[in-house]
Design a protein around this ligand. Structure first.
Ligand SMILES: Cc1cc2nc3c(=O)[nH]c(=O)nc-3n(C[C@H](O)[C@H](O)[C@H](O)COP(=O)(O)OP(=O)(O)OC[C@H]3O[C@@H](n4cnc5c(N)ncnc54)[C@H](O)[C@@H]3O)c2cc1C
Ligand code: SF4
Length: 316
């Protein structure tokens, strides 16, 4: 690991200002960043520990929304009574991820920003446009079984690995931030994560130094909440494909898919076909899919997982 300096931030704006220093990074639970530092995929020269900022509460707003502090742990969020009752898909998605120990440390902001699990991103001997812009993409023409089938580019076919993000997308969460200039921003989750295009190293709408302070969930939308994750083993594995859905009594609903793109994948136009079933939804959801030889299995897997989710919701 490379040498770095460390500070504990006491105030969000001061933390954001400190993060504009070249080579600076925020440190939350550290479960992703420290792993990447150990293998020198991330090489920050200064860490700003942001866990003492007091942003660790879950509060109901006067408009009936639920505001989740950036450093609420994944364990606390999944266990919160209001989340389990009104936003069950979020609770289920979080519990489907990582392990109990990791969820005790991992934070809401850190989970939103966790990096891809593309194997070439982790191997500093291999070309990777995300890790080192302009070097090429080893996954294209390489081993791509776990990688993206839709929304990818000629520069990167990585996926967003988070379970939580898929549920946040189906719930239309809003990410709240503060900039180094002290301005607050509210970024809809649909616009928060980016597609790779020709800048796969730019993964979100955050500006340099911008600190996530909270994530707000809109008022509860009712319905049956389901999260289904398909993975290589029953626990401690990232999604090959996952489906987050909220299904209403009349068969209408919302659906977002994980494991298939550089961001949680939701196409609102596809949801009109929910009452017709999984095949009709998938036809629009993955209309632009460009799978590789290794991951073409994901297209039928999305349809089958969605069929299972719709069936679960109907019998719930
Ligand atoms: C073995 C293993 C298995 C896992 N399995 C899964 C899984 O199945 N599903 C899943 O979803 N996840 C899984 N994870 C990932 C885990 O969920 C993430 O590591 C965790 O959510 C990251 O949160 P953190 O608080 O530790 O982030 P950190 O590692 O502290 O930070 C991650 C990134 O976020 C930035 N950051 C942190 N806070 C802020 C902020 N407030 N504003 C701006 N930037 C910020 C940091 O600078 C860093 O770049 C797994 C991890 C491991 C190690
Ligand atoms: S898919 Fe993206 S992360 Fe993976 S090697 Fe290519 S550029 Fe790097």
């Amino acid at each position: 690991m490379k040498a770095f300096t460390y500070e504990r931030a006491k105030d969000p704006v001061a933390a954001a200002r400190a993060a504009t220093r070249p080579g600076a990074k925020f440190l939350a639970g550290g479960t992703n960043l420290l792993d990447l530092m150990k293998i020198e995929v991330e090489t920050p020269t200064h860490l700003i520990d942001v866990q003492d900022l007091g942003l660790d509460r879950i509060e109901k707003t006067s408009e009936g929304r639920l505001r989740i502090g950036a450093f609420v742990t994944n364990t606390a969020l999944a266990a919160d009574e209001r989340v389990r009752r009104d936003y069950g898909v979020l609770s289920r998605a979080i519990v489907a991820g990582a392990s109990g120990q990791l969820r005790n440390k991992a934070t809401t902001a850190g989970n939103l920003l966790q990096r891809t699990r593309c194997p070439y991103f982790y191997d500093t001997n291999m070309a990777c446009n995300k890790r080192k812009p302009g070097t090429g993409c080893s996954a294209i023409g390489g081993y791509s079984r776990q990688l993206a089938v839709v929304g990818s580019s000629n520069d990167c076919i990585a996926t967003n690995p988070s379970d939580m993000n898929v549920a946040m997308r189906v719930l239309d969460a809003v990410v709240e931030t503060v900039t180094p200039q002290g301005q607050m921003r509210a970024i809809p989750i649909a616009d928060f994560h980016r597609l790779p295009g020709n800048t796969p190293h730019v993964e979100t709408a955050l500006q340099p130094g911008e600190l996530i302070t909270a994530v707000t969930l809109p008022r509860p939308i009712g319905g049956t909440h389901v999260y289904e994750k398909v993975r290589d083993r029953a626990s401690y594995a990232f999604a090959l494909v996952s489906v987050a859905a909220v299904v209403q009594k009349d068969g209408s609903g919302r659906v977002a898919v994980g494991g298939v793109a550089h961001k949680p994948w939701r196409v609102e136009a596809a949801e009109a076909a929910m009452p017709q079933g999984a095949k009709a939804v998938t036809a629009t959801l993955l209309a632009d899919a460009r799978p590789t030889r290794d991951n073409a299995y994901k297209v039928p897997l999305v349809e089958r997982t969605l069929a299972a989710v719709i069936s679960q919701a109907r019998t719930a």
